[in-house]
Design a protein around this ligand. Sequence first.
Ligand SMILES: Nc1ncnc2c1ncn2[C@@H]1O[C@H](COP(=O)(O)OP(=O)(O)OP(=O)(O)O)[C@@H](O)[C@H]1O
Length: 372
Amino acid sequence: MDHFSFGGADLTRGQIFQVIIRLSVASMVTYYSVKWMMNQLDPTSKNKKKAKGLAEEQLKRLSENDGLKINAHDFNDYELMIASHLVVPADITVGWSDIAGLNLIVQELRESVVLPVQHKDLFKSSKLWQAPKGVLLHGPPGCGKTLIAKATAKEAGMRFINLDVAILTDKWYGESQKLTSAVFSLAAKIEPCIIFIDEIDSFLRARNLNDHEATAMMKTQFMMLWDGLSTNTNSTVIVMGATNRPQDLDKAIVRRMPAQFHIGLPSETQRTEILKLILESEEVSPDVDLNRLSKLTNGFSGSDLREMCRNASVFRMRQLIEVKNNSGSSISVIDKTNLKITMDDLLSSHLKIKESKMHTGSLFLENRIDLD
Ligand SMILES: Nc1ncnc2c1ncn2[C@@H]1O[C@H](COP(=O)(O)OP(=O)(O)OP(=O)(O)O)[C@@H](O)[C@H]1O
C-alpha cells in the first residue's frame, strides 16, 4: 500500500481521499452558510425576489399577448431585475387621444418614431428615416412628459422599460456594470422597446471631478452601450429621457438625443384644450365657462388643471352625499339630481390650488405671447 507523508504523518491513499472529501464538504457548508447569511443581511433580498416574480409575470404576458417568442429562462438575473420595470403595450392606458394641446409634438413623434417603428420594412431604405436612438423631453413638472413617453410606446406598439436608475446605483444591488449592460441587452431581446428615464439629469448630469469613480465608469459604460444601438440598425431601441433641468445634462448625453422637445407650461389656448379633455367624460353644468377658467389658470400645469377638476368633483360629491361615520364606510345620498360639476365648484377649487401653489412657490406666472 502507498504511503504519503504529510507534516510528518504517514497517510494511506484512502485516508488522503477522506481528508479531501471532508475539506470539500466543509468548504461547501461554509460557502452556503456565508451566502445564506449575506442574503439575510441584505435588506433588498425580499425586493429582489419580488422583482424577479414580477419580471417573470411581465415576460409571460409579453409572450402570450404580444406573440414574442421568449421564456423567462432566456434572461439572466440582472435582466430580470430590470424587467420588473417593464410595461407591456397592452397595459399602457394612455394614447394620443389623452394628450391635449400638444398637437405639434404629437405629430412630430408620430412621424419620427411611430411610423418608422410600425413600418420598419418601408422605412429601412433610408438611414435618415430610422427612428432616433435618443429622445429628450424637457420642461417644467406636470406638463405631460411621462404622458407623451407612454403614449408614444402605446401608439408604436413598443415595450416600455420605466427605468428606475436608483437600482443601478444602489450598493445593495451591487454590480452596477452588469445591471447597466442588462438594461440594453434586455431591451434588445424584447425590441421594439423604449427605455424611459425620468429625471435623466440626476443620473447623467455633467461629469465633474467630484464624481465617484464607479459613477463615472457607469456613465461611460451607459454611453458606450447606447452607441452600440446605432450600429445595430435592425433593433429598435430608443432611450427616452425626461428632465426639468436640461441645462444640467452632460453635453455628451444631449448629443445622443437628437430629437428634443420642449414641453412648457400650457398657454391659455392649450389650457382650454386640456380642460375640455379632462371634463369631457364628466357631468358638467352648462354654466361652466372653460375660456374664463383658462384665463384664470395662468401658470397652471396640465397636472394642476387635472387636480383642479378632481377637487371640484370632490366638492360636488360633498353636496351629494353625507358621510355618517369617521371611516367613511356609511354614507347616505342627499341629492341625486345635483350631480353636475358647477362653475362655482371649479372656481373654489381653482382658488385652493392657486393658494397652495403660491405657498409652495410653484406658481410661475408666464408673461408670454401665445403662439398658437
Ligand atoms: N397636455 C396634457 N394633456 C392632458 N393631460 C395632461 C397634459 N399635461 C399633463 N396632463 C395631466 O397631468 C398628469 C401629469 O403629467 P406627467 O406625469 O406626464 O407630467 P411630467 O411632465 O412627466 O411631470 P414630472 O416632471 O413631474 O414627472 C398626466 O397624467 C395628465 O393627467
